[in-house]
Design a protein around this ligand. Structure first.
Ligand SMILES: Cc1ncc(COP(=O)(O)O)c(C=O)c1O
Length: 446
């Protein structure tokens, strides 16, 4: 808690006109603004003096809780020492430290980190790495990329091409050519109210064999999936599904990319989803929890074999014609180092695992509440799916979002699914307040 009360932190409303907000109904928002003016630990404070529990860790990112003093201190110290240094042909020490810390946490064999500024950039970078990897090996016909229906891989052209959420795609033309999609794995008639991984559906990975049969393996560069899909509404991989994808990729020389932008850094009570599920991909995309949401940063983590393949041209020549002005930015790197230290020193990843049962029981207590058709969970992620109002998809969940906000809890909704992804510091009383608030909002629905 800040020293000041929430009322004291209330601020004057700024002029809202010029800002074009992302993924937001701008006109509605500007008539009904909700501004967060400060945050600490599990809580956010608003312009009009409310205290809210943050049940989604910002946007699945503030894993260490808001404004952690050690991370804040590291960012301040870095800003005073080195604001920026050229990212190409020059560098700075902190980013090397961060690469070592991240790869030390990663599954065995994942030994290299390439830094970017967001999850979307991580995805586009990983797709480019996969294409270039095959080309360097003389396999230049491997250009096809395989995503999955309902997948979310950010908003770059690569990410929306392999992604599978229609509103994110349909306005933007033809996107990348040569992309195909696996079927999604969500099936309520088989898997409703699963706790942890659903039992039914590992065979859905076999559709990759059909895609290979259609296009031929020699044309396919990579498969990209979220090990646990978040933004589409928390879809868990059926037990055995990811291993089956791994096996089929290995059989056909296809690279496997796990998009761990939300699942990395403790969200599933393990360092990565890959480590929790015991399936190691060739490339892992990350962002969000890397800096606990404090400074924008993402990373692509690569197997040694991929890095080594690039390191074959003449020494001194650029090996990968890709990078961003702000790749490995000093402030982000300092925030990342401090964040990973905090996870370790405070045992937050183990804590997430130890709280999983409590969150699970609390979430599943919502079974039987009005309009609830499914509850599912793993690690510090949960979802409550609602029956949509006929002809008005998303409206029911949006009513719950607004009511919960008024009652002091920030939830996230996508379609008619309510998602929970609290900071890993969440305690029993926060879980109780989150769930009881949602329960009361569901009961208040008309
Ligand atoms: C799995 C996944 N990939 C990529 C992204 C895009 O990340 P960003 O919004 O940082 O570009 C997200 C964002 O939620 C995500 O969940």
């Amino acid at each position: 808690m800040p020293n000041n009360t929430a009322e004291q932190l209330a601020t004057e409303m700024p002029d809202l006109q010029s800002y074009w907000m992302p993924f937001t109904g701008n006109r509605y928002f500007k008539q009904n603004p909700r501004l967060i003016t400060s945050a600490k630990g599990m809580h956010c404070y608003t312009h009009d003096g409310r205290e809210l529990i943050d049940a989604v860790a910002g946007l699945w990112c503030c894993n260490a809780g808001h404004c952690h003093p050690k991370i804040v201190e590291a960012i301040k110290a870095q800003a005073e020492t080195l604001d920026y240094s050229m990212a190409f042909q020059l560098s700075h020490p902190t980013v090397f430290d961060l690469a070592n810390k991240v790869t030390a946490m990663a599954p065995e064999g994942i030994d290299y980190a390439f830094f970017v500024n967001s999850g979307s950039e991580a995805v586009d970078t990983a797709l480019k790495m996969a294409l270039a990897y095959h080309r360097i090996r003389g396999d230049a016909s491997r250009t096809r990329l395989i995503g999955r229906e309902r997948g979310y891989h950010g908003v770059g052209f690569g990410g929306i091409s392999v992604g599978g959420i229609s509103p994110n795609r349909k306005m933007f033309g033809t996107m990348l050519p040569g992309v195909d999609h696996l079927p999604h794995t969500h099936n309520l008639s088989e898997n409703a109210y699963s706790r942890g991984l659903p039992k039914w559906g590992a065979h859905l990975a076999d559709d990759l064999e059909n895609i290979v049969a259609l296009h031929d393996a020699s044309t396919i560069a990579a498969v990209i999936v979220e090990p646990v899909a978040g933004s589409t509404g928390v879809l868990l991989p059926p037990d055995g599904y990811l291993q089956r994808l791994r096996d089929i990729c290995d059989k056909h020389g296809i690279l496997l990319i796990f998009d761990e932008v939300i699942t990395a850094f403790g969200r599933l009570g393990d360092n990565f989803a890959s480590s929790r599920f015991g399936v190691t991909p060739d490339l892992i995309t990350t962002a969000k929890g890397l800096t606990s949401g404090t400074v924008p940063m993402g990373a692509v983590l690569a197997k040694s074999e991929i890095y080594d393949t690039f390191m074959t041209g003449p020494e001194g020549a650029i090996e990968f014609f890709h990078g961003y002005t702000y790749s490995g930015h000093p402030l982000a790197a300092a925030a990342g180092c401090a964040t990973l230290d905090v996870y370790k020193e405070e045992g937050l990843i183990e804590r997430a695992r130890s709280m999983e049962g409590k969150l699970e029981d609390a979430l599943h207590s919502l079974k039987g509440e009005p309009h609830v058709i499914d509850v599912r969970n793993i690690g510090m992620i949960g979802a409550v799916e609602l029956e949509p109002i006929a002809g008005q998809p998303t409206a029911r969940a949006m009513q719950v979002f607004r009511d919960c906000y008024d009652k002091g809890v920030i939830i996230r909704t996508t379609g008619d699914i309510i998602a929970f992804s609290p900071p890993l510091i969440v305690a029993d009383e926060h879980i109780e307040k989150m769930i009881e608030t949602v329960r009361s909002s569901l009961r208040a629905l008309n």
